[in-house]
Design a protein around this ligand. Structure first.
Ligand code: HEC
Length: 121
C-alpha cells in the first residue's frame, strides 16, 4: 500500500514539474501570449539599442556563433533583422525564449513592439 501511495505522489510531482516548465513562459504573463502581443507599431518604437540587452540575456546564450545554435545567431543587428518574422512569432507565442529562460513583462513588450515595427535600428 505505502509503495503505491508514494509512487502516485512521485508521479504527480513529476507531472506538476512538467506542467510548470511547459507553461512558465506563458502563464507568468497572465494568460494567453497572443492576447497581449501588439498588433500595430506604437509611436516612438524601441530601437535596437534598447532591445539588444534583452536579446543578450534571453536569446544570445543559445543563439550565437559559439553557442548551441551557431547556425541561428541572434547576436548582431543583421542576424536578428534577417530572422525578425520568425522571432516575432516565437516570442509572441512564448515559444522563445525556452528552457527556463524568461522575459519580464516589460522586456517582452519592448521586444514585441520592436518586431511589430519591423525591427528599426
Ligand atoms: C535555451 C536556449 C534558447 C534560448 C534562450 C532561445 N532559443 Fe531560440 N531556439 C532554440 C532552439 C533549440 C531552436 C531550434 C529548435 C526549435 O526550433 O525548437 C531555436 C530556434 C529559434 C528560431 C528559429 C526558428 C525557425 O523555425 O526559424 C528563432 C527565430 C529563435 N529561436 C528566436 C529566439 C529568440 C528571439 C530568443 C530570445 C527571446 C530565443 N530564441 C531564445 C533555443 C533557444
Amino acid at each position: 500500500m505505502s509503495t503505491s501511495r508514494s509512487f502516485r505522489t512521485g508521479t504527480s510531482r513529476a507531472v506538476l514539474a512538467l506542467m510548470v516548465v511547459a507553461s512558465a513562459g506563458c502563464q507568468m504573463f497572465g494568460g494567453s501570449c497572443l492576447a497581449d502581443a501588439p498588433t500595430s507599431c506604437p509611436p516612438n518604437p524601441p530601437t535596437y539599442a534598447q532591445v539588444q540587452p534583452i536579446l543578450g540575456h534571453a536569446c544570445v546564450l543559445c543563439h550565437a556563433p559559439d553557442a548551441q545554435l551557431s547556425t541561428l545567431p541572434l547576436d548582431t543587428y543583421e542576424a536578428v533583422f534577417a530572422r525578425r518574422d520568425a522571432a516575432e512569432k516565437l516570442v509572441s507565442t512564448c515559444a522563445m525564449p525556452r528552457d527556463g529562460v524568461l522575459l519580464s513583462d516589460e522586456e517582452r513588450r519592448t521586444l514585441l513592439n520592436w518586431f511589430v515595427c519591423d525591427a528599426p535600428r
